[in-house]
Design a protein around this ligand. Structure first.
Ligand code: ADP
Ligand code: 5GP
Length: 204
């Protein structure tokens, strides 16, 4: 059974984690991809659960060892997705949700193009209802310094120009609606012809 990987991108603070938390209560056999990062943990973040928090040296060793399916420098820190858990989840028929930036999503799209696992990947961009609301959420979360907020807002404008590269777009205005849209996308993604074909014993 070939599973599904949903790549979620969107500006920091738009509500990606919140949507996944909400929608996750309605999903079975799913996991969140735990990325590696060199940024410092926020209060309450747990190593191995929210992120694998690596030193710069450790991260660069893993780059050299080709451990990452993708990696990128975002807001001045390294972020990357380990290859193995993604492969294992897809091969075991599970659902993995990956929160990665637009550079990482591009790398994955290029890496899987034309391969047997391409039908497993779906890309979703989460957009804010307005830039004012995005800023309000970033500030409201209370996790960033003023410098970090400014960096994230500047980056958000660049990321929004990549919207056309994504198969789906969820606007996170009302959380209930955004979570419901996300669940509809998961369901539709499972019914896409290439994935159904890969899992049906009709073409052997
Ligand atoms: P991301 O994972 O995209 O960086 P978060 O999920 O951490 O963003 O959300 C950022 C902040 O916005 C959090 O404080 C969260 O509670 C809030 N938030 C998320 N979705 C909504 C929404 N639909 N309406 C209002 N606030 C929201
Ligand atoms: P944060 O520091 O707010 O948790 O994440 C900042 C940004 O890093 C977000 O845009 C998020 O999508 C991105 N990000 C998180 N994990 C990864 C990853 O593994 N790879 C890439 N390329 N980006 C990531």
């Amino acid at each position: 059974m070939q599973g599904l990987a949903i790549i979620l991108s969107g500006p920091s603070g738009v509500g990606k984690s919140t949507i996944v938390r909400q929608a996750g209560t309605q999903l079975a056999n799913w996991c969140f991809s735990v990325s590696c990062t060199t940024r410092a943990p926020r209060p309450g973040e747990v190593d191995g659960q929210d992120y694998h928090f690596y030193t710069k040296e450790r991260f660069e060793q893993e780059i050299a060892a080709s451990s990452f399916l993708e990696w990128a420098e975002v807001h001045g820190n390294y972020y990357g997705t380990l290859r193995l858990p993604v492969q294992e989840t897809i091969q075991s028929g599970g659902l993995m949700i990956l929160d990665i930036d637009v550079q990482g999503a591009r790398q994955i799209r290029n890496a899987i193009a034309g391969t047997a696992i391409e039908p497993s990947f779906v890309t979703v961009f989460v957009a804010p209802p307005s830039m004012t609301e995005l800023e309000r959420r970033l500030r409201g979360r209370g996790t960033e310094t003023e410098e970090s907020i400014q960096k994230r807002l500047k980056n958000a404008r660049t990321e929004l120009t990549a919207l056309d590269e994504y198969q789906f777009c969820v606007v996170n205005d009302k959380l209930e609606q955004a979570a419901s849209d996300f669940l509809a996308i998961v369901q539709a993604a499972r019914c896409r012809t290439p994935l159904q074909k890969a899992n049906l014993p009709l073409f052997d």
